[in-house]
Design a protein around this ligand. Structure first.
Ligand code: FAD
Length: 296
């Protein structure tokens, strides 16, 4: 049999319906979003669910609102993020990533919520959101809704803070005053494939174009995406166009990173990728921040 038999298929059309379904079917049930990761696991029988709860019909999960901060529903697809011109400057990294996830078919089906809940070791959206610092809303029938920051949500690769009966509802990027920019870049063996190394930079500038704060995350490491606080600190107080300091900051991350050494790239190659991909992300993030007006 290919894949193993699935006993029940549910397609709720509301948040409450989705949470009720996972509560009813319990541990043997899985939500399915775009199916771009889950179906591979089911086909290879790594996961053998008794019940699939399809989220396609839950319209509340598909909304992307850009008033008073940005709220992205868990079922918003890469394609919709890539094509949303409102996600620029401060959230430009989201579009950088969404535009180059897999091929057109993957971008048409795959969702931001599915990527975060799957939390694959080198996936793009966990790396990007770690640098952008959103708050996630989760809900379950028995415990209601709760909010969690991205630092606490992402665990080891393939692990998150989500409990088995919880639905990821949305990802919220609060409105921030000032000038902000972000950028994401990756290097993959295949064009637009899963990254060997991906780096996201998110920065803010004061009125004199000096960096006030920065977050830098690197994906493709053994531990999943990681922030490099010493590299972030090294950017604070630096001018937006001070290339030498940008290079110095990303070199700190490249030196500190715990490297996954495998056939797709040895240790030194990966450290060099962090330097080159990371420098480009930092430079682009600063350019976007410098071009941005106040408050977004
Ligand atoms: C050919 C190919 C190339 C790819 N290239 C890349 C790439 O370059 N970069 C990259 O980052 N990824 C890549 N991917 C992976 C892709 O991004 C997946 O789409 C993504 O990891 C999962 O999103 P999905 O919507 O398909 O989720 P699904 O596969 O449907 O679900 C994934 C997991 O999340 C759970 N889940 C989904 N939504 C929710 C929710 N709202 N609440 C609770 N749990 C939920 C599911 O139960 C499941 O466990 C690629 C995949 C393929 C097939």
């Amino acid at each position: 049999m290919y894949p193993s038999a699935i006993q029940n298929y549910e397609a709720p059309d509301s948040l409450d319906g989705a949470m009720a379904a996972i509560a009813k079917f319990g541990d043997d049930a899985h939500f399915i979003a775009g199916g771009q990761s889950l179906m591979q696991a089911i086909k290879s029988r790594i996961i053998q669910p008794q019940t699939l709860i399809d989220l396609q019909n839950v319209q509340e999960l598909r909304t992307l609102e850009t008033a008073q901060g940005v709220t992205i529903g868990a079922m918003v697809r890469y394609r919709d993020i890539a094509g949303n011109a409102g996600l620029d400057g401060r959230l430009g990294a989201l579009r950088d990533a969404a535009s180059h996830v897999g091929d057109r078919q993957v971008r048409n089906r795959g969702t931001i919520g599915g990527s975060l809940c799957w939390n694959f070791v080198s996936a793009c959206m966990p790396t990007v959101t770690l640098a952008l610092d959103p708050r996630l809303t989760l809900g379950s029938e028995s415990r209601g809704r709760r909010e969690v920051g991205i630092d606490d949500f992402l665990g080891e690769p393939m692990e998150t803070d989500r409990q088995e009966d919880e639905l990821l509802i949305s990802i919220f990027f609060p409105q921030l005053e000032g000038r902000h920019g972000s950028a994401y870049g990756k290097w993959s063996l295949l064009t637009d494939g899963l990254p060997v190394i991906g780096v996201c930079a998110s920065v803010s500038l004061d009125e004199g174009n000096i960096c006030k704060s920065a977050r830098i995350s690197v994906g493709g490491l053994e531990t999943g995406p990681v922030r490099f606080e010493r590299a972030e600190e090294a950017l604070v107080g630096v001018a937006y166009d001070d290339a030498k300091s940008h290079e110095g900051a990303i070199s700190i991350a490249a030196e500190e990173a715990e490297i996954l050494d495998d056939v797709t790239g040895d240790e030194e190659f990966r450290r060099q990728l962090i330097r080159s991909v990371g420098l480009k992300s930092i430079v682009t993030a600063f350019e976007r921040a410098a071009a941005a007006g106040g408050g977004q």
